[in-house]
Design a protein around this ligand. Structure first.
Ligand code: HEC
Length: 400
């Protein structure tokens, strides 16, 4: 018996990442909604109560109150909400190492873009994460007085630039994942470096009967507001590897930036709505950017369909391409050192199998350029076009 540990480790860590991420983002969404939904309490509220809210959930009634200054008797047990964030980041870094750094040749490095060693790729990836945080933290500190908007816009601009740079040096999905990891790292570092320590200082000074310095709360609030807008882009990036039409597009950096912009605007609509300000043009604007991105993608994908009357592609040509670029992995008995079994059950030994997977092949090889994985065999554009033409021909034959 032989246990192939890597896929099991990847499954366990990915599962944990998802669970922790749901717990974190769920509680973060909940608190943003709660904060925006608090209303003045009727009657004589306790001293320092800024607002309250009644809710019903799971068969019980909940009464929340928000104190802006510490209540007279601060209970000894306070829930802090921090482990969700830390576990999300730790498991995320675990996945990054397991997949993109450990197997850099397959998932991170694209030799047709930039040849580099595993060590160089890992260093470059971690470099982006660190520099991203240093930049973001720096602008937040420098622009603390000018509010959230200036720092938010500068950070967005920095991320667009980084996305462009990353898509020049790494594989598409490696680049996308690093943008997500840059944002996620900033979000968790916000919790670890600013929000929690500042809250601790505030609680300590409240317990000492002093008025906490206002900047502590302001800084934490700025980071927390930013985090709220960063969640939707991060989630989009985490699922983006399933969408070769996005990751494999020649303008993928621009499409991703536009989609993230639309997410931020839609998020803003909901934040305002919680405060009873319903601004539909904002929602429509956000959705319009999504649609415009879709149209832009279609208009600029640069793929040409087979010109009418171009010569028929013989299957033998396809067979040869598959044998050169795919069969090491996608066979009943893979010869590639990294695979014991055909990945995702995709076997391309028989002609009937190649025909059955034709649309998947089109998606992976022509649209997304995710296959051959890591492009280790350096498949060229012209070769991809031959597969595209053959699949075109195949579906034409099916239509006739
Ligand atoms: C180095 C190994 C390797 C090579 C070479 C390779 N693949 Fe893959 N392929 C994979 C892995 C691993 C997956 C699983 C998904 C993933 O990790 O992206 C996959 C998934 C697929 C899928 C299914 C994708 C889905 O999401 O349903 C198709 C179709 C595919 N490959 C086609 C090809 C074709 C066509 C070639 C050759 C041009 C090729 N692959 C070359 C490793 C490889």
């Amino acid at each position: 018996m032989e246990i192939d540990l890597l896929p099991w480790a990847s499954l366990a860590v990915r599962w944990l990442h998802l669970i922790a991420g749901i717990a974190w983002i769920g509680s973060s969404f909940y608190f943003v909604w709660l904060d925006n939904s608090l209303r003045p309490e009727p009657g004589e509220p306790d001293e320092g109560v800024a607002g309250g809210l009644w809710a019903v959930h799971g068969g019980g009634f909940y009464h929340k109150k928000k104190y802006l200054i510490a209540p007279k008797n601060l209970p000894s047990e306070l829930h802090w909400f921090k482990w969700e964030a830390y576990v999300t980041w730790l498991s995320g870094i675990g996945l990054l190492i397991l997949i993109y750094y450990w197997q850099a040749d397959l998932y991170l490095i694209d030799p047709s873009r930039m040849k580099m060693s595993q060590l160089a790729a890992t260093g470059l990836g971690l470099g982006f994460l660190s520099i991203g945080w240093l930049f973001y933290d720096g602008i937040c500190r420098l622009s603390a007085k000018s509010g959230n908007m200036v720092s938010g816009l500068l950070w967005f601009g920095f991320l667009v630039g980084s996305t462009y740079a990353l898509t020049r040096v790494f594989s598409d999905r490696g680049a996308f994942l690093h943008v997500g990891a840059m944002i996620g790292t900033a979000m968790v570092a916000n919790v670890f470096v600013v929000i929690i320590p500042n809250q601790k200082k505030v609680v300590a000074s409240m317990l000492a009967g002093e008025t906490p310095a206002a900047y502590l709360g302001q800084m934490a609030k700025q980071r927390s507001v930013h985090n709220n807008y960063m969640t939707l882009p991060v989630l989009l990036i985490m699922i983006s590897t399933h969408y070769p039409n996005l990751t494999g597009h020649p303008l993928n950096w621009l499409l991703l930036s536009l989609l993230c912009l639309s997410a931020v605007i839609i998020r803003h609509f909901f934040n305002l709505r919680h405060k009873d300000k319903v601004v539909y043009p904002m929602l429509i604007g956000g959705m319009a950017i999504f649609v415009a991105t879709m149209v832009l993608a279609a208009a600029t994908d640069g793929r040409s369909s087979r010109a009418a009357g171009s010569p028929e592609i013989a299957f033998s040509e396809v067979r040869q391409l598959i044998d050169t670029h795919c069969i090491a992995c996608h066979s009943a008995t893979p010869t590639h050192e990294a695979f014991f079994e055909p990945p995702m059950g995709v076997m391309l030994d028989e002609r009937s199998e190649i025909e059955r997977f034709a649309l998947g092949i089109y998606d992976q090889v022509v649209v997304g350029k995710m296959m051959p994985l890591g492009n280790e065999t350096e498949m060229t554009e012209a070769e991809r076009q031959i597969l595209a033409n053959w699949i075109d021909q195949l579906s034409g034959a099916a239509d006739d």
